[in-house]
Each structure stands twice: as structure tokens, then as C-alpha cells.
Design a binder for this molecule. Sequence first.
Ligand SMILES: [Zn+2]
Ligand SMILES: [Zn+2]
Length: 289
Amino acid sequence: MSIQEPSKCCVCGDPTTKRCQACAKSGIDLFFCSPEHQKLVWKHHKHVCGANAHPFRYPPLSQDELDGLLAFEHELVTDQYRDNILSALPEIEHELTPDKIARGHAALQQTVVGRMLERRLGWPAFSYANIVRFLSSSPATPNDAYRRTLFRLRYEIWAYHLRARGNMSDAFAQTPFWSNIALFDLTQLASLAVDLPVDSLVRSQYLHSLVVLVSLAVQRLQDCTAIPLAYLQRASEQILACFGDLKPGVDEKDALAAIAPLLDALRGAGVGRMEVWRTVSGRLAGSCT
Ligand SMILES: [Zn+2]
Ligand SMILES: [Zn+2]
């Protein structure tokens, strides 16, 4: 099955037949025209390469993420934070059951973040630090609850940086790598109704393309001579094509709306506006202007 444009380097977009061998064994096509371009994103790709490639398996919390979450525990819950929770609730909860709504409202009564998250996630009181530490180690076979909790906490880390910085570009630059990936993991957001099983190949393929794009973007943010803008634009275009596979039949306007936060975040790295259309074969395509 061809999921992304076969034989385009995922870094520079040049035609190639070479791919990451370790990932290919797991069924993932990740093309790199040269060892140099594979090395360019290796720092991040290595965590999800080979055995972790498909089904795509997030690494456990990084030291940065762990430190951040432990520091949040005693932070005061502001009114703005409460408003954010209320508006984000339908987005991050797949089934908004009466039970979850009740937990959400109980959480809003709490004054510090650790106690509030315990309520929201249905954890015992004062278990926060232990659970967060557990999530920085990788269980032999992560179950659904582990994956879901890891995702939720990464979302919290991102939301913290958004509150602190006030805009997507700056929050993106400050958020640890895997929390940014979780934020743009459109397969987990309820409003898009993608909701793919964890072993879906299109899900894994999308997430690998996302790791490449975000890896290039954060490197360019640190040093704009390290990564040409054209690479970021190609990688953004590939994400869009993958999104078309995640949600076949999605119209151009909705596709653009879905990836708009990602493009917003990338604006700091110089990626401009994206235009979206359908190719003759019905695939989503785009170009940055
Ligand atoms: Zn290349
Ligand atoms: Zn690989």
C-alpha cells in the first residue's frame, strides 16, 4: 500500500528509492535520499525507528517533560486555565460521558494543578507524582490506559506553554519535542473523528511524517541556516497528503483547518501560508506561499 508519495525523500522531497531499512521491516515507508538526510532527523526518528515504527509507539516521558510535569504539580489553577479546560474537554475526551463531565467539574474546584489533574483523570489523590514518574519508564507492552495517559499529560505540557507564551509559535518553540508531536497527533482528537486503531498503518505513517517535520522545524528555529525553508515546506506538504489518507474524503477547507494550528506553529520557522487542493487522483496536495 502506498500511503505517502512513494519515492520522495521525506526531508528534501527529491526522488529516491532508498528508505529507512529498519522501519521498512515494520511496514513503514520512510524515504531518505541520502544518509545525510536520514541523519538530519535521526535525533528524533531514532526513538520511533524499527520495532517502535509500527504500530507507532511514543517514547516514555523525556526528562524535560518529567521535570515540567513535576514542577506543575503545585502551580495554582488560574481562571484562564479553568476556561481552557472547559473549552478543551470535548476535544480531548473521546466519549464525554456524564462520569467524565462530573469529574471535570470536580476538578475545577481544585486550586493546584496536581490535584486538579488527579480529579480529571480519575486518579487517587496525591498519586500524581508517582504516576508521572511511572510514565517516564517504558512498560514492556504499553496498554491503552498507558498510551492514553501519556497523550493526556503531553497535551497538558503543551497547554501550559501556550498559556505561558500566549501564541502558538512561541509555545511550539518552548514545548518539549514529544509533547509537540502529541499536540499535532490528529489521530487522537475527537473533533476530527479520525479515531484510528493504534495498529492502523496510515496512523503510523502520518506520525512518522510529523516527527520528520517537527524535527526539521525545531532545528531551524535554533539555527535558521541548519535547515533550508524548502525542506520544511516539502515536509508540510507531505503531512497534508498523509492527512488526506487519515481522513479520506475530507474537503480542502476542513483539511486546512485541521492542520492550521501546525502551520501556525511553524510560522516562526518561516513556513508561510498553505494552499490546498485535490490532485487528479483525488489526493490532497498543497503548497506553501
Ligand atoms: Zn533528501
Ligand atoms: Zn526508521
